[in-house]
Design a protein around this ligand. Structure first.
Ligand code: BT5
Length: 319
């Protein structure tokens, strides 16, 4: 990635071979393999090499360049195609992968939503899973889902300027449509988490044609809302930075600060909602989330009900 830092001009093969302490032939071979990976490189017989364009692929080297995180993303496993990054991350975790390992795929052929639902994952999105070992009790795991949503919203706002918000518990919306879903899975014992996988899917550069008919209204992508493509590398980098920062806050200070940020970014609170849980629907006003991340809903007769899980429909979408 020596060339990347000098996009303006040429770098001679001699200089690269000196800096990297490899032969000129090795430099030439490396340039050929970069070209094969989609990097556009201008090779001039006298001036040397010039980087013209990097491919829109989430190569670990691109993500790690200027990433600036401490532990998150130290190891990034990138795949062209997998069934589900959560499945791969679980397998790596079982094999002892370190906390902070990131699994990314360009395409998921069997992307998972919650409760066995599907997740549409064609090329152009960010489909990733983080391997975590939070030293908290399993009942506190929902906090990590809420934390993930805060991290996504902050990253989306930072990189695109779009006014993203959170719909409890795990959806990120832009203009009322879903751009991101989060699937948290864990392996735990009664009082300790062995590992937790935070699976995050963001519709970044998806076109309307990428969504099946039934998702045309409820789903969107950052590109569709912004009217231009978004750098997926920048988004992943910002997401990892925000996640690491928030995770640090959670470990040091507990959930309160994350909860406050979640509340600020929420599009659920103070709205009329329908919560569906185990096929039962409950209507009321979403008034708060509690210290465990559960949603508190007040019905018209003043009764307060607490939901640890469920699906929320906001008032505009209420039948
Ligand atoms: C979610 O479930 O929103 C969690 C999605 C998590 C996806 C990530 S991608 C990386 C990692 N690897 C995985 O295999 N999964 C994670 P849920 O709240 O149950 O929403 C699922 C519902 O959202 C589906 O039933 C569809 O109605 C809708 N949906 C499917 N694909 C979508 C998409 N790309 N964008 C918006 N909505 C979608």
């Amino acid at each position: 990635m020596f060339l990347r830092r000098q996009p303006e001009g040429f770098v001679s093969g001699e200089e690269i071979s000196r800096q990297l302490a490899v032969s000129r032939t090795a430099v030439w071979k490396h340039i050929q393999s970069l070209k094969a990976d989609g990097y556009q490189i201008n090779a001039h017989p006298h001036l040397g090499y010039q980087l013209l364009a990097v491919p829109d692929v989430l190569y670990p080297e691109e993500i790690r360049s200027d990433l600036g995180t401490g532990w998150l993303g130290t190891r990034i496993c990138h795949y062209e195609k997998v069934d589900s990054t959560n499945r791969v991350a679980r397998e790596l975790a079982e094999a002892g992968a370190a906390e902070g390992t990131v699994v990314i795929a360009e395409v998921q052929e069997n992307g998972k939503g919650r409760l066995g639902r599907y997740w549409v994952s064609p090329r152009g999105g960010v489909w990733l899973s983080l391997v975590l070992c939070p030293p908290v009790a399993p009942v506190e795991a929902p906090c990590i889902t809420l934390l993930s949503a805060v991290a996504v919203v902050k990253a989306v706002r930072q990189v695109t300027g779009l006014a993203a918000g959170i719909k409890w518990p795990n959806d990120v919306l832009v203009n009322g449509k879903k751009v991101c879903g989060i699937l948290t899975e864990m392996k735990s014992e009664l009082d300790a988490i062995n590992y937790l996988i935070a699976g995050i899917g963001v519709n970044v550069n998806l076109t309307a044609g990428d969504f099946p008919e039934e998702l045309q209204h409820p789903a969107t992508s950052l590109m569709l809302e912004l009217g231009r493509e978004v750098s997926r590398v920048n988004l992943v980098q910002e997401l990892l930075r925000q996640f690491e920062e928030l995770y640090g806050q959670l470990m040091q200070e507990g959930f309160t600060r994350i909860r406050n940020q979640w509340k600020e970014l929420s599009v659920t609170l103070n709205r009329e909602v329908k919560v569906t849980f185990l096929k039962e629907a409950y209507r009321g006003q979403a008034v708060d989330i509690d210290a465990d991340g559960a949603l508190l809903v007040q019905s018209a007769d003043g009764q307060l009900k607490r939901f640890c899980a469920g699906d929320v429909t906001l008032r505009d979408g209420l039948p």
